[in-house]
Design a protein around this ligand. Structure first.
Ligand code: ATP
Ligand code: MG
Length: 264
């Protein structure tokens, strides 16, 4: 299954992407993490030293031009060799640092987007493989290319009206693009806290409280793995994965067959 993690800035997307990837990899699944954010923090969250984190693919204009072309771009570029070549081991998972199409430089991001889309389509072909994409904050970057490339969306929010409003907008945009397999995760929230009446929020799959173990290491260590609260984190990740595996009545049978006239 291919998942993307979205939501307002700073709500815990990268942290939860890392926890999901770590959980899946420790369950013995072949797990790929894709950092598709400009901030490029997923590698650090997975405990990699700065020198071990590869440069973002999106910054390699030469590679993009060679694979996708420019002007008349190829929507089916050759990408089969890229994941192995450009990814690194991150714990038991593999990390591919894509970077954000928003950070791809001026002008049209179509080429970069076409490459991202082709990579997402290429990775994960059998059901024991999992892919977790850490997305850029907000709604604007939730493009058809990304949404058409994943099967499920984890929408993260803090327990705030603004965070949840963005979560609802992200959910609506993804649903419009054909991705209705969505769950909400409330982060840094008290379990049992009631949600404001904001229409369009996905069903709540997990509530994660503020973790003292994570707060304690903020200044010295960006890794979010190996915390004293590991068993609670694992339980929350299991809840998220179980909720995503449940039947979603509105989900089209072939989410990747959504007509995609544009690559953005
Ligand atoms: N449940 C939690 N308890 C304590 N600290 C947390 C929790 N979740 C996330 N954090 C911390 O909050 C900060 C923001 O988290 P994170 O970087 O995952 O957010 P983000 O949504 O990816 O942000 P951005 O929009 O900038 O990419 C990090 O320092 C992270 O360690
Ligand atoms: Mg992030």
């Amino acid at each position: 299954m291919k998942l993307a993690v979205a939501g307002k800035g700073g709500v815990g997307k990268t942290t939860i992407a890392a926890w999901l990837g770590d959980r899946l990899a420790r369950q013995g699944r072949d797990t790929w993490l894709v950092d598709a954010d400009t901030a490029l923090s997923l590698g650090a969250a997975m405990g990699l030293a700065p020198g071990d984190i590869p440069a973002p693919l999106i910054g390699d204009a030469e590679l993009i031009r060679r694979r996708v072309g420019s002007g008349m771009i190829s929507l089916t570029p050759e990408v089969a060799d890229l994941p192995e070549r450009l990814s690194v081991k991150a714990g038991l998972a593999r990390l591919l640092v894509m970077g954000s199409v928003a950070g791809a430089g001026g002008g049209c991001a179509c080429e970069a987007n076409a490459l991202l889309k082709a990579l997402l389509a290429h990775l994960v072909l059998d059901r024991d493989q999992w892919l977790v994409v850490d997305l850029e904050a907000g709604v604007e970057h939730l493009g058809r290319g990304t949404v058409a490339g994943v099967d499920g969306l984890v929408v993260v929010s803090e327990p705030s009206f603004r965070g949840l409003t963005v979560a609802a907008r992200v959910a609506a945009m993804a649903a419009e693009l054909g991705l209705s397999r969505q769950v909400l995760v409330l982060n840094r929230a008290t379990p049992g806290e009631s949600l404001p009446d904001i229409p369009g929020l996905p069903p709540l799959a997990a509530t994660i409280p503020p973790l003292p173990g994570l707060a304690a290491r903020q200044m010295g260590n960006p890794s979010v793995l190996g915390l004293p609260e590991q068993s609670d984190i694992d339980a929350a990740m299991n809840d998220i994965l179980a909720a995503l595996a449940a039947p979603f009545p509105d989900q089209p049978q072939h989410p990747r067959c959504v007509p995609c006239a544009t690559s953005s």
